[in-house]
Design a binder for this molecule. Structure first.
Ligand code: ATP
Ligand code: MG
Ligand code: MG
Ligand code: MG
Length: 565
């Protein structure tokens, strides 16, 4: 491709609205443009990267036994009613009506559609197992779309669904996907860590892992052992944020929500009532049990004012944590528990502390976990192993290691759904004995557009992006220093032709621009291999430079193809 023809509008400065580095760089490198909040256009180079990610996913899914399908984005609301998710999904579900006033939703995910398909097509155990996948646009009206492609409202996802006759089959399907995910992310050049999420509580039967790309911008905190492979999503294990309370049917629904329907106050309301600076309250949640508040969880800066928190809740329903506890919590976290004798740990950034309920026994560590009153559901205490974890704590899995905390971007998730959808939507098959049984399902997602951002988060420097070779928009960038110099252009054209003939994807910067502009753009767009054709070109020498390395090599232009291939 000739750069003079390529529609790749690069920008010198990052637009002010972009605060994530990946968002800035992707705008500047001419990969994407925003159409509306969380809704993006992929420009030619961006589209190329996306297609490469998709190609890798297709290869690995096919290798793992998956078969590609393509399902509609527009889904009858009726299906969502059957699964129980139409009302429960909340405002994230984009809803619309057709001209006959029939209700539809734009798919945020496709469990309903695929379960509907399988219940009409699968009737016998002989048709199982089967794993179907698609690569498709998803719609989620996220409350806070942000960070460019990291949290969009219209985004690209690979979603796969496995159907097995029994749980052992699901275990095998899940394992195959889990392994495929490792290969996929490795080929993307992403440093990921699979973590346990919502350990053991999802639907009461399945298990789930999230694949976290390590990056400071990540919205999740991962606790990982220094010694063994143990790693878990601390946030999931710890608490529900007000803007992230899942509904029944959601993949991260734990059941806790039903036992103690969290009455979520609007953050704004709380901010007002508490008179906190808004940026100090990151996440707030008011738990209710039996209609009474049990705890307020505040995540934010260190100067949380307990008195104000307490007065927000009715005084007769709450007792303040005792002085000593409060002092212990200062600088870390603060919270309250109601008279039902339950204590809930709170997390403030990576620090953590336990709330004291103020009732008898509250000063004894873990009192309320050990002495839960009848009628109070213990599930709260079992949400996760790590709710109170702080860096340096012992690993819950092995005796040797300590926990360290990282920030991560959830780039994928694998999930044992079991019969969650097949039972309510009646997707059943007849087994060898003629017995009717629900199919056992798994689902497996990768956020392809989010991955693109995550890769840039992990692969960049001050000058720009450093694409990993396999997903780079082009592999080789040929840069003649002066487009006016006939000799340079001749060598550049020859290299372009030879490298292309050798099967490489080449971009040649044939623009009549100053060398400074060309080199800046070259670093910004981050093609892994650069060949500079300069003054020595007449003598058959060009410069070879890898984007990841500082030093350039002087090489004979006739050797370039064999060197680069
Ligand atoms: P998150 O916790 O970040 O909201 P999720 O758990 O709701 O993500 P899943 O339902 O597990 O997302 O969807 C599968 C994958 O789709 C996620 O692992 C993520 O990579 C991607 N994804 C989810 N929401 C978005 C979004 N708003 N923008 C881009 N990618 C997303
Ligand atoms: Mg989500
Ligand atoms: Mg998630
Ligand atoms: Mg998820």
């Amino acid at each position: 491709m000739r750069q003079s023809q390529l529609f790749m509008p690069t920008l010198r400065e990052a637009p002010s609205e972009a605060d994530a580095i990946s968002h800035q760089l992707m705008l500047r490198a001419g990969l994407i443009r925003q159409l509306a909040a969380g809704i993006y256009i992929y420009l030619p180079s961006g589209r190329r990267v996306l297609r490469k990610l998709e190609a890798i996913i297709r290869e690995e899914m096919d290798k793992a036994g998956g078969q590609e399908v393509f399902m509609p984005a527009m889904q009858p609301a009726d299906l969502w009613r059957q699964s129980g998710r139409y009302d429960k999904y909340g405002p994230e579900l984009v809803r619309l009506k057709d001209r006959h006033d029939r209700e539809f939703a734009l798919g945020p995910t496709h469990e309903e559609v695929i379960t509907d398909l399988m219940r009409s097509e699968v009737s016998s155990y002989r048709q199982l197992p089967v794993t179907l996948y698609q690569i498709q646009t998803k719609f989620r009206d996220e409350k806070r779309p942000r960070y460019g492609l990291l949290r969009g409202r219209e985004f690209m996802m690979k979603d796969a669904y496995s159907f097995d006759a029994d749980w052992e089959g699901l275990d095998r399907s899940y394992q195959r996907m889990y392994e495929a995910y490792h290969r996929i992310f490795a080929r993307f050049g992403l440093n990921v860590r699979p973590v346990e999420a919502d350990a053991g509580t999802i639907g009461g039967e399945g298990g789930t892992h999230e694949f976290m790309a390590l990056a400071d911008i990540g919205e999740d905190t991962i606790a990982a052992c220094t010694h063994c492979q143990y790693a878990a999503n601390l946030e999931k294990a710890g608490y529900r944020a007000a803007d992230d309370v899942p509904n029944e049917g959601d993949s991260n629904y734990s059941g806790l929500e039903k036992l103690h329907p969290p009455k979520v106050r609007k953050i704004d309301e709380l901010v007002q009532a508490l008179n906190f600076p808004a940026d100090q309250i990151l996440k707030t949640l008011l738990f209710l049990a039996d209609g009474k508040p049990v705890a307020v969880i505040v995540r934010g800066d260190h100067e949380v004012n307990e008195i104000k928190l307490a007065s927000l809740l009715r005084a007769d329903e709450l007792e303040l944590a005792d002085q000593e506890t409060t002092e212990r919590l200062t600088g870390a976290a603060v919270g309250f528990a109601g008279p039902i004798g339950l204590s809930i740990p709170v997390l403030v950034d990576n620090a953590a502390a336990r709330i004291s309920s103020g009732v008898a026994g509250a000063n004894e560590t873990d009192y309320h976990f050990k002495h839960v009153r009848p009628g109070v559901h213990f599930e709260i205490a079992q949400l996760g192993d790590l709710r109170n974890a702080v860096p340096g704590d012992g690993c819950p899995k092995c005796a040797e290691g300590q926990l360290r905390m990282f920030r991560g971007i959830e780039v994928g998730q694998v999930f044992k759904l079991g019969t969650k959808y097949s039972a309510v939507m009646k997707a059943a098959y007849l087994d060898a004995e003629g017995q009717e049984k629900p199919v056992i399902m798994g689902c497996y997602g990768i956020g392809i557009s989010r991955v693109m951002s995550a890769v840039v988060e992990q692969h960049h420097d001050e000058q720009g992006i450093r694409w990993p070779l396999e997903i780079a928009p082009y592999q080789v960038h040929v840069v003649p220093v002066s487009a006016k110099d006939e000799q340079q252009m001749k060598v550049a054209e020859e290299l372009y032709a030879e490298l292309s003939a050798a099967g490489l994807e080449v971009l040649v910067d044939d623009r009549d621009e100053r060398p400074g502009v060309k080199f800046k753009d070259s670093d910004l767009i981050g093609i892994p291999v650069r060949i500079v054709v300069g003054r020595q070109a007449a003598g058959g020498v060009v410069e070879l430079k890898y984007r990841n390395e500082k030093e350039a090599l002087q090489v004979k232009s006739e050797d370039i193809v064999s060197l680069v291939k």
